[in-house]
Structure formats: structure tokens, C-alpha cells
Design a protein around this ligand. Structure first.
Ligand SMILES: N[C@@H](CCSC[C@H]1O[C@@H](n2cnc3c(=O)[nH]cnc32)[C@H](O)[C@@H]1O)C(=O)O
Ligand SMILES: [Zn+2]
Length: 436
């Protein structure tokens, strides 16, 4: 039987319109997991008798937000090491604690993050971590869409490296296409500074063999770039190019320190960049050259990075930061306009992780959608609603969320996960970690 949802009197974000118009008022029809109509009125062809009817008055509908880089289970370490530079933050604070994480820790930490993301309008997230079977289970249970990978740090003996690669390959095989197609998998050596070249090459080979994309952290800090030159005689982009990394569909996190030539190389290989403005500011890594990347034709999307370097998973905040900091740095108020920031948080995210049918509210697309409550003081008057989403909104304004046409958040409550239990369990996990 066809499950039908009809939303009337709503305002909908349209991010691809030739006219430049960014929102329309009208009616949307969803059948099962897809959008089948978006227009002024309800055409007679749709049987309304058994449809769920939603009054869209006071709501603004956006494509679900897509978080293209993170480590969800790091919510367990939120606030555990702040105000530090990347290398000491990782080596002194994060890695010693992460080494003690059990599968249970990763399960509860990820669930906590997924509750936060869903309630904040994120319908798809990218996750690079270990104990990834637990992350996949959270995707199955919560209804979220996940692009998942077992990240691997190669600062260890070769047999341990090989075991990590094997685990990454096994995970990617086991879970690709699972959770009704909501899970896709990727291979991910953690970064050029944590993975010896031969280890990265093994990942590249495996990605070829399995026809999978690649993801990694790249050019996040100036120190990383300088160290790469010292160690390998090349900056990270040329280094990864030489190792064949860009011969696969790939996307990198950060890309803060890039030359014009490196930007051209990324454009040439269609390498997408996950821009993480909140994390980059907090770790004082620098400001990525996003306007230049976009001008060069690089797909730039947005990520929060892990909740220990942000310290929340609010994609509205990332969109706002992206829209603001590049104006500040360039002295050009047109650098990243509101609609472009919203595209970075939605359709460019879908392009980054090669999901052709999410990221836009259009007929034929998956019904991954967020309804924002616009009857609030900070959204009045209803002038330009897309502008309001970037400059005035936050995660707390999200009222309803659907993924694949299934409602996962209703009136601000997550329907699929038990938030109260998850908050309790995660607090327990953290306290036990301190004692192990
Ligand atoms: N524990 C695994 C690697 C997991 S990948 C995820 C890793 O990325 C780390 N991480 C989180 N945020 C950042 C960042 O901004 N830059 C670099 N690494 C990060 C995080 O601490 C975690 O260790 C192993 O030993 O092979
Ligand atoms: Zn990261």
C-alpha cells in the first residue's frame, strides 16, 4: 500500500531554481520514501482519503542537513580537552581515552550524537571511527542515513596496521547498502601524518578492488603541511596524489592550508572538501579558502567534526559560520551568500558523498526533510526565509524531521531513540572511562 503524506500551506526551500527564487509556498506530496509533488496546489490525481495531512502553516521546509565529517562517539569526550592545538589535543587528551573505548562506549556515544543530530535537522552524517558495527546499529535503529567508515591510524606495527585495514574492509563489505539502503560505506586512512605511505597505498588498492570512495583528514594545520614536506618532500595534496588517493572518488576533511595549485589539483580530480569551520576555529587550525575552492569548481560541504572539537553537532551553526567567516576574512559580504551556505549544508553534502537523490526538495528525490518552526520572534518578519535559516536559526528551531518519508522527530522529540536513557548511559560510560 502506498503511504502518502500531504503537506499544505507550507513554505519550501528551493535551492536549484533557475529564477534565483529560493522558496515557494504551496503543497507537497510524499509517497512512501519519495517526493512526488511540489507546487501551488494539490492536483486531483492524488487520493487523499488515507493520507496523513499536515498543515504547513508556520513551518519552513528544508532538505535534511548533511554533516560530511565527524566522529560521533567523541560526544563521550565533549569538554574533556578544550582550548588546545590539534596535535597535543589528539596525543595528550583524545587518543589515551579513545584507546579505552569499548563497543558499548561507542554505541552510547554515537546514539547521543545521533539524537542531537536528528533533533537539529541532520538527516545524513558521515562517521569515521572504530567499533563501527555499533555506529551502523545506531543507524538501523534511529532511521538516520549514514556514510560510514572504520578510520585507521597507522602509527603502529605493520601487523596491527593490517588488522585495521582488514577490519575496515570487512566493515565496508558487511554494511554497504544496509538499513534499507541508508548506509553507504567508504575506506578511510585517518590522515597523511598518521598513516605511512605504504599503508595509504593499501587503502587505495582496497578502494579500487571494492569500488569504494576514500576519505581522510588533509591539510588541517600548518604544522601538518610543514611536517609532510619534511618527511616526504611534498605537501599533502601532491603526496596523496602520488599515492593514487585521488584516482578514486574521494573527499577530504578540512583542507585549510591549500595553495592555488593545490586547489586546482583538487578541482581536477573532483575531490570534494568537507569544510569544518567550527572545529577549525576551536583548534585554531586556520580558515579554509572556501570562496576560492568554490570558484575553482570544487564541491564544498559542511561538517561538524567530532563533538569534542566543536562542541555541538548543530549544522545551522556550521552554515552560519561558513556564511560569516569568509565574509570577514575576504572583506567581501557576497563571499558566501545565504543560499550558497544552505546548499553547502544540503545538496553539496549529497554530492560530496555521492548520494544523487537527497539534498534537494524536488519531485523524485528522497523525502529527507526538516520543518523549522518560523512562528518565533527571531524569524519575524517573514522576509527571506533562506536568509533566516542561515543568519537567525539554530538546531533548537527544528520541529519535525523525516528521513525516507518516515518521521523521526515530531514536535522536537526523537521518535526512534530513547533520549533520556541515552543521556543516562553516556554519562555512566564517561564516568567509568575515567576509572579504567
Ligand atoms: N582509533 C582508530 C582511529 C579512529 S578514526 C578517528 C580519529 O580521528 C581523531 N580526530 C578527531 N577529530 C580530529 C581532527 O580534527 N583531526 C584529526 N583527527 C581527528 C579522533 O581522535 C580519532 O582518533 C585507530 O586507532 O586506528
Ligand atoms: Zn575529524
Amino acid at each position: 500500500m502506498t503511504k502518502r503524506i500531504i503537506i499544505e500551506n507550507g513554505a519550501f526551500a528551493v535551492l536549484n531554481a533557475q529564477s534565483g527564487q529560493t522558496s515557494i509556498k504551496g503543497t507537497m506530496v510524499i509517497e512512501n520514501d519519495r517526493i512526488v509533488h511540489l507546487g501551488d496546489s494539490l492536483p486531483a490525481q492524488f487520493d487523499t482519503s488515507d493520507a496523513e495531512r499536515i498543515n504547513g502553516k508556520g513551518l519552513f521546509f528544508l532538505p535534511g542537513l548533511i554533516n560530511t565529517h565527524g566522529h560521533a562517539a567523541m560526544s563521550l569526550l565533549r569538554g574533556y580537552g578544550d582550548d588546545m592545538v590539534l596535535q597535543s589535543w589528539l596525543q595528550e587528551k583524545m587518543w589515551p581515552m579513545e584507546a579505552k573505548f569499548t563497543s558499548q562506549d561507542v554505541y552510547w556515544g554515537t546514539a547521543l550524537s545521533v539524537v542531537e543530530m536528528l533533533k537539529g535537522g541532520t538527516t545524513t552524517f558521515v562517521d569515521m571511527y572504530d567499533h563501527m558495527d555499533e555506529v551502523a546499529k545506531v543507524c538501523e535503529q534511529s532511521g538516520i542515513r549514514g556514510c560510514l567508515m572504520r578510520g585507521a591510524i597507522g602509527l603502529c606495527p605493520e601487523d596491527v596496521q593490517d588488522a585495521k585495514l582488514k577490519e575496515a574492509v570487512q566493515f565496508a563489505k558487511d554494511w554497504n547498502g544496509k538499513a534499507n539502503g541508508r548506509i553507504t560505506t567508504v575506506l578511510a586512512p585517518h590522515a597523511p601524518y598518521t598513516c605511512p605511505p605504504a599503508f595509504i597505498e593499501k587503502f587505495v588498492q582496497a578502494a579500487h578492488d571494492m569500488d569504494l570512495p576514500l576519505h581522510t583528514h588533509m591539510s588541517e594545520t600548518k604544522a601538518e603541511v610543514e611536517q609532510n614536506v619534511k618527511d616526504y618532500g611534498l605537501r599533502p595534496v601532491a603526496h596523496l596524489e602520488k599515492l593514487g588517493f585521488f584516482s578514486r572518488p574521494s573527499f577530504i576533511a578540512h583542507g585549510v592550508h591549500l595553495t592555488d595549485e593545490e586547489i586546482a589539483t583538487l578541482a581536477h580530480y573532483h575531490v570534494a572538501v568537507s569544510h569544518n569551520p567550527g572545529s577549525n576555529l576551536k583548534l585554531a587550525s586556520g580558515v579554509a579558502r572556501v570562496p576560492e575552492l568554490l570558484r575553482a569548481g570544487v564541491v564544498v560541504s559542511l561538517g561538524t567534526d567530532g563533538p569534542a572539537s566543536n562542541n555541538n553537532l548543530d549544522m545551522f551553526e556550521e552554515m552560519r559560520l561558513a556564511a560569516l567567516i569568509h565574509k570577514g576574512v575576504s572583506g567581501d559580504p557576497t563571499a558566501i551568500p545565504a543560499a550558497e551556505a544552505l546548499r553547502m549544508g544540503t545538496v553539496y553534502g549529497a554530492k560530496t558523498i555521492s548520494l544523487p537523490d537527497v539534498g534537494l526538495l524536488e519531485v523524485g528525490m528522497k523525502a529527507d526533510m526538516v520543518a523549522v518552526d518560523i512562528d518565533q520572534a527571531h524569524f519575524i518578519p517573514h522576509t527571506d526565509l533562506v536568509s533566516h535559516m542561515i543568519y537567525s536559526a539554530s538546531a533548537k528551531d527544528v520541529k519535525h524531521v523525516w528521513i525516507d518519508g518516515e518521521q523521526v522527530v515530531k514536535n522536537g522529540e526523537c521518535l526512534t531513540l530513547d533520549e533520556e536513557r541515552i543521556r543516562h548511559e553516556t554519562q555512566q560510560c564517561f564516568e567509568q572511562l575515567l576509572q579504567r
